[in-house]
Design a protein around this ligand. Structure first.
Ligand code: NAG
Ligand code: NAG
Length: 733
């Protein structure tokens, strides 16, 4: 690919533009950096010229915190230094390559039928089956690590429904092509497409059948007899111990596999790889590698799209968009993967948990793209198969399975195909091979996707970040504070693990293989977890010293005040600017600031501890909140923070909130009553910081003292946090 014969002198298939006002922005960053250096200088002079030992220690730690924040600032801004934006021209692609389009294999991964309901899974599957792409070149694989016959049944239903759904999508050119999402946009509108009500009825009947089976807890006998696949479950004893189950539900090669209009259907395959208690299954990375091998036996698409089962396709042109980056004659040769952003369809207006990832999507990933390519975030990503399988840039690669591709052997029935292909999904297959090391996704890291992407970059490849206005993939964001914090804990932990692993961006493995700037941006995610220390220190000590009446920052009238003021004001304004410029609201910005502090003092703290415990071989701490079923009220309390269950994370948050409230009121009262030194002038920045923390924590006070609904803080958290906060204050005074 990438070397079409008619390509010479043709218009490019994609274009890359630099961010506007790049140089002015860089100058501005440099001025801020000078401000930060001044703050460091101020701290050093303080440490040197103070005689009090205790204060020296406090200052020393403040200096270390500020050093850390400065370092973190440099890393975050390195992700803004060289932003680029990509534009794809799929008309040109169709014009030049319509009859030479490559085969595309789509991998959807699911792991648990209770957390990931089969209806959601098949909506995702149906949305990707309906891509605007030649169906004979499209294959969809569902990997079910839950080994659930319910998921299999749902997929079987989906394969039948697709015979109606795909022609409907194409005939009326509807978007989005996930039935649930489409019907929900249609429910309020008066414009009717011909046949809408009948297809909706079919969908609802299918949903009803699947729900009935789900509620029943087993598949009814009359359904089981309809497909030979169900017999596989006769011998399945447990989710963690069963043989490989591979079922070709739609054999796209078969002339009879057509929709109601007689048009061919894409291939649809169900896979539940073998599990055995004696073999590590390596989570999603293991599932992806099994899919890579199984698909290579069946369709062997050159391009692979990987989506999570909770992310439906919101744009039926995404495959063609992505191909523009793989098939340009001049510029595609070193592009290994094309990453789409992770976007969400059910955020509240002001995004109370800061889960929109809007700055990541709009600013940081384009910045990473400008210095070598975005990371692979594990969903919404198109890969070249051979690169994912381990090919180095600029070398020849033996595709291990080239000769065994079966797709063209139409005479072989689906069962023969299943027989041949399922061997490679057995858990012993990988023994003694490079799978999980140099081939496929890497094992042994919680962020297997990121580390795999990094190793691809280390093998000399680039990647592309493509963020179209109409988002390619939409998923579900967490809807309670607990879920959000646990999710970030997992990410922070995985990223730190990666930093410390031998493949980390700062280890010698990366040196010389990828550019310094690129490694710095990778660090942006890896150093989330260590943030907790500086943040915790900064949100406790200045407030306690306000209570004691001891200034820790320069007085307003001092010249040293200027760098503090400059850095604080410009940082706030530029961050608000970024939010507003990319279509977010001021409310979102504010909530993101709160969530940053919340995450730092809880998710990152626990992520950090767990990583260290793990590193030194101790058992992991068990701070994860088990995903409780969300009660109906959560949906109603949209813009209010959800606490609900007791968690060590909430105790920390509540304690910090109480501490700051106490320090703020007593500190300010004392300052007013006691008019001698120290004055407002010298405590100003501490009052500001402590006051800011109090306002940030307003939803916590509300949850602790005022709310009556189920989402309030549990009483045990309230009691524990009050005791903790009061003891800290006594201890320090
Ligand atoms: C988000 O979607 C989930 C799953 O569909 C739903 O349970 C939840 O209520 C939605 N939340 C919001 C805020 O829309
Ligand atoms: C999803 O697609 C629909 C059209 O199908 C579009 O109106 C909507 O803006 C898209 N959503 C996002 C977040 O881009």
């Amino acid at each position: 690919m990438g070397s079409g014969s008619d390509g010479g002198g043709a218009l490019p298939l994609f274009e890359t533009k630099e961010a506007k006002f790049k140089n002015a922005y860089r100058l501005f960053l440099i001025s801020m950096f000078i401000g930060i250096c001044m703050i460091w200088v101020y701290r050093i002079t303080q440490i040197l010229f103070d005689d009090d030992v205790e204060e020296r220690l406090v200052w020393m730690l403040l200096f270390l915190s500020e050093l850390w924040f400065g370092f973190y600032w440099v890393i975050t801004k390195s992700a803004r230094w060289n932003r680029v934006y990509r534009y794809a021209f799929r008309d040109r692609l169709s014009h030049r390559y319509e009859d030479k389009l490559p085969r595309v294999d789509i991998f959807v991964c699911t792991a648990d039928p209770t957390i990931e309901p089969p209806m959601m899974v098949i909506n995702t599957v149906l949305s990707v089956m309906a891509y605007n792409y030649p169906t004979d070149k499209l294959s969809v694989y569902l990997s079910d690590d839950g080994g659930s016959d319910l998921t299999f049944y749902a997929l079987l239903e989906a394969s039948v429904f697709s015979k109606h759904w795909l022609p409907f999508c194409k005939k009326f050119n509807i978007e989005p092509r996930s039935p649930a999402a489409y019907f929900s946009t249609k429910s309020n509108s008066v414009v009717d497409v011909e046949g809408l009500s009948s297809i909706k009825k079919l969908y609802e009947e299918m949903e009803h059948r699947i729900d009935t089976a789900a509620n029943l807890g087993r598949i009814p006998e009359e359904i089981r007899t309809k497909h030979k696949g169900f017999s596989e479950w006769v011998s399945v004893t447990s989710q963690r111990d069963h043989q490989t189950i591979l079922q070709v539900l739609i054999d796209g090669r078969n002339p009879n596999a057509v929709d109601i209009d007689g048009v061919a259907l894409p291939m649809l395959v169900y896979l539940s790889r073998q599990k055995s208690p004696n073999h590590p299954h390596n989570f999603k990375a293991g599932a992806m590698n099994a899919l890579l091998r199984v698909s290579s036996k069946i369709s062997n698409g050159k391009i692979i799209l990987n989506v999570d089962c909770d992310m439906y396709s919101n744009n039926s042109e995404s495959v063609r968009d992505a191909l523009c980056f793989f098939m340009d004659e001049q510029k595609s040769h070193d592009i290994a993967f094309v990453q789409f952003p992770q976007s969400f369809y059910n955020l509240t207006k002001n995004d109370i948990y800061g889960s929109s990832l809007s700055i990541l999507t709009e600013v940081e990933l384009p910045g990473m793209d400008g210095c070598g390519g975005p990371l692979y975030i594990g969903t919404g990503c198109f890969h070249r198969r051979e690169v994912l399988c381990g090919k180095k840039y600029g070398t020849e690669f033996d595709v291990e399975y080239e000769d065994s591709v079966l797709i063209n052997k139409v005479q072989e029935g689906a069962s023969k195909l299943e027989e041949t292909a399922k061997i490679v999904a057995d858990c012993t297959f990988e023994e003694g091979t490079q799978w999980g090391k140099e081939m496929g996704l890497k094992y042994g890291c919680a962020v297997e996707d990121v580390i795999t992407g990094l190793s691809i970059h280390c093998r000399g490849w680039k990647s592309v970040y493509f963020n179209p206005t109409r988002k390619g993939f939409l998923g579900v964001a967490p809807i309670t504070l607990g879920q959000t914090l646990v999710q970030y804990k997992r990410w922070a932990e995985g990223n730190l693990q990666m930093l410390l692993s031998r493949y980390g961006p700062l280890q010698s493995y990366g040196v010389g293989r990828i550019k310094l700037g690129h490694r710095m941006v990778y660090c942006l995610w890896c150093i989330w977890a260590p943030n907790w220390l500086a943040t915790l220190y900064y949100s406790v000590i200045p407030s306690l010293y306000l209570l004691k009446g001891i200034p820790l920052f320069p007085r307003i009238s001092s010249l040293w005040f200027l760098p503090f003021a400059y850095v604080i004001i410009t940082e706030i304004l530029s961050s608000i600017g970024e939010f507003l410029f990319y279509g977010s609201t001021l409310g979102c910005w504010w909530n993101e600031q709160r969530m940053w502090i919340f995450r730092s003092t809880t998710s990152y703290l626990f992520g950090f501890i767990d990583t260290l415990l793990n590193l030194f071989g101790f058992a992991k701490s068990r701070f994860d909140i088990t995903a409780k079923l969300i009660d109906k009220d959560v949906a109603k309390r949209k813009d209010i923070m959800e606490f609900g269950n007791s968690s060590p994370m909430f105790i920390i948050l509540a304690t910090l909130a109480m501490l700051n409230l106490y320090c703020f009121f007593w500190g300010v009262k004392r300052m007013i009553i006691n008019t001698q030194t120290p004055s407002f002038d010298s405590l100003f920045l501490q009052v500001l910081l402590c006051g800011f923390l109090v306002i940030i924590n307003l939803p916590i006070y509300n949850g602790l003292f005022f709310r009556k609904d189920n989402g309030r803080m549990p009483t045990s958290v309230t009691v524990k946090s009050i005791i903790l906060a009061v003891s800290v204050c006594f201890f320090i005074m």
